[in-house]
Design a protein around this ligand. Structure first.
Ligand code: PLP
Length: 286
């Protein structure tokens, strides 16, 4: 079924949606994005995603394309027009189309480009992968130094996913200076006893919206949270490991570089945090 997508104010059949070849998102990867999951036809953690969108835009000096109320209305319209019960909404804002290619940013008369589309994913919450867990490999983190900005420069993360696929596993975790930064498209954690360990927020990693909520729920559930780097060896010796992202919620990680973590099955902490996260976020969904 053809989707209805959004381009700069218009709702169009996907085959009719067009963006200029001069758009800086296309030529320079000069754009940012957000992915919001949808459960029961409602938006999960939408305020967090809006906040980070503004931060990403601000760091790059790209103007907000419209008001937050308009963005919420647009997300809701896409859910309705595409009858999404479970899935995701992808939103992208670029610096727009200056009508030619140049390294110099265009002036303010060039308006940002705003596009969005839905992805229908039945069983997003009840994903089979959450029952078996992810296997991951480690690869060097050779991304740029502003990973805190959610830009559309996703070539290396995409290559990392392909390296995982080639190795017969589900994902790659990036390693820099001997410590894990994050997954290709998720934040990375290990569990030791009652303690959840995850890298602290700097420009080395994306400040995950799911991460913020999961750590809040973890603290409320009396887990200890330690924000610091950890090594692959430490992860392999941990009781459990997991990843978080809007698209996977809390995903147990059961193997790293061929070594089983804990029992080699999804552990009780990751499983419980996934349940709490889904319960709480469904209640707060917009
Ligand atoms: N880290 C990276 C590199 C990501 O690409 C993502 C999501 O796409 C995340 C972490 C998780 O962020 P969020 O929880 O906001 O989806």
């Amino acid at each position: 079924m053809s989707r209805t997508v959004y381009v700069n104010g218009d709702y169009l059949p996907e085959a009719e949606a067009k963006v200029s070849i001069f758009d800086r998102g296309f030529l320079m990867a000069d754009g940012v994005y957000e992915v919001t999951s949808v459960l029961g036809g409602k938006l999960i953690d939408f305020d967090g995603h809006l906040k980070r969108l503004h931060r990403s835009l601000g760091e790059l000096g790209i103007a907000a394309p419209c008001s937050d109320d308009d963005l919420l209305a647009m997300h809701r319209a896409l859910i309705e027009k595409n009858a999404i019960d479970e899935g995701m909404i992808y939103l992208q804002v670029t610096r727009g189309n200056p009508g030619d290619r140049s390294f110099v940013f265009p002036d303010a008369s060039v308006k940002p480009t705003l596009i969005a589309f839905t992805q229908n994913i039945p069983n997003l919450a009840d994903a089979p992968a959450a029952k078996t867990g992810f296997k991951v490999i480690s690869i060097p983190d050779i991304r740029w130094g502003r990973r805190d900005i959610k830009t559309v420069q996703l070539l290396y993360p995409s290559m990392g996913k392909m390296m995982a696929k080639k190795a017969g596993v589900d994902d790659s975790w990036f390693v820099e200076d001997g410590a894990v930064t994050e997954g290709t498209s998720n934040n990375a954690y290990i569990v030791k006893g009652n303690k959840i360990i995850t890298r602290q927020l700097t420009s080395d990693i994306l400040h995950g919206i799911t991460r913020a909520s999961v750590l809040r729920f973890a603290a409320e559930a009396q887990f200890e949270v330690e924000e610091r780097p950890f090594t692959i060896a430490e992860a392999q010796a941990a009781d459990e490991a997991f990843s978080t992202a809007a698209s996977i919620f809390v995903m147990p990680v059961v193997e790293i570089d061929g070594a089983a973590i804990g029992t080699g099955k999804p552990g009780p902490v990751a499983t419980r945090l996934r349940e709490i996260y889904l319960d709480e976020m469904r209640k707060a969904a917009l």
